[in-house]
Design a protein around this ligand. Structure first.
Ligand SMILES: Nc1ncnc2c1ncn2[C@@H]1O[C@H](COP(=O)(O)OP(=O)(O)OP(=O)(O)O)[C@@H](O)[C@H]1O
Length: 266
């Protein structure tokens, strides 16, 4: 039997910047083992939502919970603990340039070890962490590049190191924010294949923003479509009419275009 409790639960979330309401009552969830694609036009609020999930956007009301633990309004210690269970994969890879691929992967457990960033040093890292970091690099096909710095790797290889770092972290939820936006179509597809395979193999849950409708339909179990700060689509990928996806990008797709986006404070 599948676990009915969602990993991520976003409930009636409102986020404003100044007098402009960006997220206007966003509600959706990500189930255990589910790979959900978040779609929406430029400026529709996707990054704001990703930041809110991490407790970094100014939520006016509503709630975000990870494994049932509230994020919005959480105190520092529980928030830090919840963040450790979210594994981020970013558009710009966000590797530490001074560290090797191997050390960047060790970085994935930094927050879980008492010595913090020093755990990236081979002499300090635990033997079991070093072994696991190598195994994670092997899983993304880069064991032979362990000692290379990010500048010595292609964009696709850097993103694979970032995926190995996420794997090292053993997160509950993978948050992938336009993970292929900086890659050419071939490298992008290779990275998506790898990311989805690892998420599936590990039974992880993922929320992944993409700008390509064809890839969203090919890879996602479910699609959440954001338009002007509201959820317009929340449906299994197989059941979505392509015309509904096109509608995400037509007309008033950004909060500032929508009526009611000015808050009461205006
Ligand atoms: N820190 C901020 N301060 C003020 N306004 C912001 C801030 N961050 C985002 N916004 C505004 O919020 C709206 C939504 O931006 P957001 O970055 O969430 O959209 P997006 O869907 O991620 O766009 P893209 O696909 O281009 O990355 C935009 O109008 C943007 O200008």
């Amino acid at each position: 039997m599948t676990d009915p409790a969602p990993v991520l639960d976003v409930s009636d979330l409102h986020v404003s910047y100044g007098d402009l309401a960006i997220l206007r009552g966003v509600t959706f969830s990500v189930g255990r083992g589910e790979g959900v694609v978040l779609l929406g036009a430029n400026g529709s609020g996707k990054s704001t939502l990703m930041r809110a999930i991490n407790g970094l956007a100014p939520a006016a009301s509503g709630q975000v919970s990870l494994d049932g633990v509230p994020i919005i309004g959480a105190r520092r210690a529980p928030l830090r603990k919840a963040r450790r269970r979210m594994g981020y994969v970013f558009q710009q890879f966000n590797l530490v340039p001074q560290l090797s691929a191997f050390q960047n992967v060790l970085f994935g457990v930094m927050g879980q070890r008492p010595l913090g960033i020093l755990n990236c040093l081979n002499s300090v890292a635990r033997g079991e962490d070093r072994e696991r970091a190598l195994d994670c690099l092997d899983r993304v096909g880069l064991a032979d590049r362990a000692q290379h710095r990010p500048t010595e790797l292609s964009g696709g290889q850097q993103q694979r190191v970032a995926i190995a770092r996420m794997l090292m972290q053993q997160p509950s939820l993978v948050v992938a924010d336009e993970p292929i936006a900086s890659l050419d179509p071939k490298a992008g597809r290779e990275v998506l294949d790898l990311l989805w395979r690892i998420v599936d193999d590990e039974g992880l849950s993922m929320l992944c923003t993409l700008h390509q409708l064809d890839l969203a339909q090919e890879y996602g179990d479910r699609v959440i479509g954001l338009k002007a700060g509201k959820v317009l689509i929340d449906a299994d990928t197989d059941s979505i009419d392509p015309a509904r996806l096109d509608a995400l990008y037509e007309g008033a797709s950004r909060p500032e275009d929508a009526t009611g986006a000015k808050t009461a404070a205006a």
